[in-house]
Design a protein around this ligand. Structure first.
Ligand code: 3PG
Ligand code: MG
Length: 402
């Protein structure tokens, strides 16, 4: 499938200032980066621009600062890590207003191949509201713009979209290209049989994903917390398990749609239950397994049972393309990780094209040690979900066509 967008390959950057939106929204604990995957994933584009003689001005958000600048959301640690990974200096332009005195001076002093990182774009309140003033300031720093922040492509913010009102020479980066290629091909041009596996706590988060995927897949697997609302919609007693009463009719509609479309919809046939949710989340817990329609009133389902694991793994084995988003149970707890592990293992051992749709499932796959066994692990959480919903992402739409 053609991308249809100009890419970093085709952008003439020699001697030019290039503003690059990355997704450096990495997990941090007390100022230390706990997982640098998103920084590593941004390297190919940055290296290419350096190699081609561009002046590389990087920007990103980090976290969700609500009231302007906050030390704990500073990108300072990212500048350090990035400089280690690139093996060259990354000048951190530490301005609370992002495009301030430091940024302007740093950019003015750049030579071809230099790299500057701006401060967290969300330090400016205009950013998430996509207000022109900040888009213009960002644009004033550069001659061309590259969006490589797939993880933020579902946001129409100043740095992800608004800035393209003022910089016309635009392209997508390698990461963006790779994400669109893997997710896009899997969903729109899959080798069949095509199976999608959805999990996670809430049905409400996946309404449009389920609806859209039912148009595309041969098999749809539903596990995780959201499966209990489906089981309730089938008329099963689900005890204290997660249930979204407002979505029972929706679940019935989706089961009907699956039937009409000839899509195999697989729900848990047995489930791991406990008296109450573990606190803390990884605390030891007493569990047992019961059939999906035999959950006692005072118990709560927290993982798929053994028979379900086999059922889901068999479906994976029979597929040529598998897309997965959302864990099968409370995988943060070792006792409740078996379902998620079984799905990850089945995918890792299959020859199918296997795509992990970011967020919790990506974290689970990596935590369980299968990170390098998948065809593609998306760096986007919300962005991959919206992509699976079939939505156009503003951060991609704003880039000029090829
Ligand atoms: C993410 O981690 O999902 C992206 O970086 C987007 O972050 P946001 O949800 O705060 O916009
Ligand atoms: Mg998010």
């Amino acid at each position: 499938m053609g991308l249809g967008k100009k890419t970093v390959e085709e952008l003439d950057v020699r001697g030019k200032k290039v503003l690059v939106r990355c997704d450096f929204n990495v997990p941090m604990k007390e100022g230390v980066i706990t997982n640098d995957n998103r920084i590593v994933a941004a390297l190919p584009t940055i290296k290419k621009l350096i190699e081609n003689g561009g002046k590389v001005i990087l920007c990103s958000h980090l976290g969700k600062p609500k009231n302007g600048p906050e030390e704990k959301f500073s990108l300072a640690a990212v500048a350090v890590r990035l400089s280690e990974l690139l093996g060259q200096e990354v000048v951190f332009a530490n301005d609370d207003e992002v495009v301030g005195e430091n940024a302007r001076a740093a950019v003015a002093a750049m030579k071809d191949g230099d790299v500057v990182l701006l401060q967290n774009t969300r330090f400016r309140k205009e950013e998430t509201k996509n207000i022109d003033t900040f888009s213009k300031e960002l644009a004033s720093l550069a001659d061309c713009y590259v969006n490589d922040a797939f993880g933020s492509a579902h946001r129409a913010h100043c740095s992800t979209a608004g800035v393209t009102d003022y910089i016309k020479d635009t392209a997508v980066g390698y990461l963006m290209e790779k994400e669109i290629r893997y997710l896009g091909n899997a969903v729109n041009d899959p080798e069949r049989p095509f199976t999608a596996i959805l999990g996670g706590a809430k049905v409400a988060d996946k309404l449009n994903v389920i609806d859209n995927l039912l148009e595309k897949v041969d098999t749809l697997i539903i596990g995780g917390g959201m499966a209990y609302t489906f089981l309730a919609a089938k008329g099963y007693g689900i005890g204290k398990s997660l249930c979204d009463e407002t979505k029972l009719d929706y679940c019935k509609d989706m089961m009907k749609k699956a039937e009409e479309k000839g899509v195999k919809l697989l729900l848990p046939i047995d489930t791991v239950i406990a008296g109450s949710f573990p606190d803390p989340i990884d605390a030891p817990i007493d569990v047992k397994t019961v059939a999906a329609d035999e959950i006692p009133a005072d118990m709560e389902g927290m993982d798929i049972g053994e028979k379900t694991r086999e059922l889901f793994a068999d479906a994976v084995k029979a597929s040529k393309t598998v897309v997965w988003n959302g864990p099968m149970g409370v995988f943060e707890n070792p006792t409740l990780a078996a379902g998620t592990l079984a799905v990850a293992k089945a995918m890792a051992e299959s020859d199918a094209t296997t795509v992990i749709g970011g967020g919790d499932s990506a974290a689970a796959v990596m935590q369980l040690g299968y990170g390098d066994k998948m065809t593609h692990i998306s760096t986007g959480g919300g962005a991959s979900l919206e992509y699976l919903e079939g939505k156009e992402l503003p951060g991609i739409a704003c880039i000029q066509n090829a």
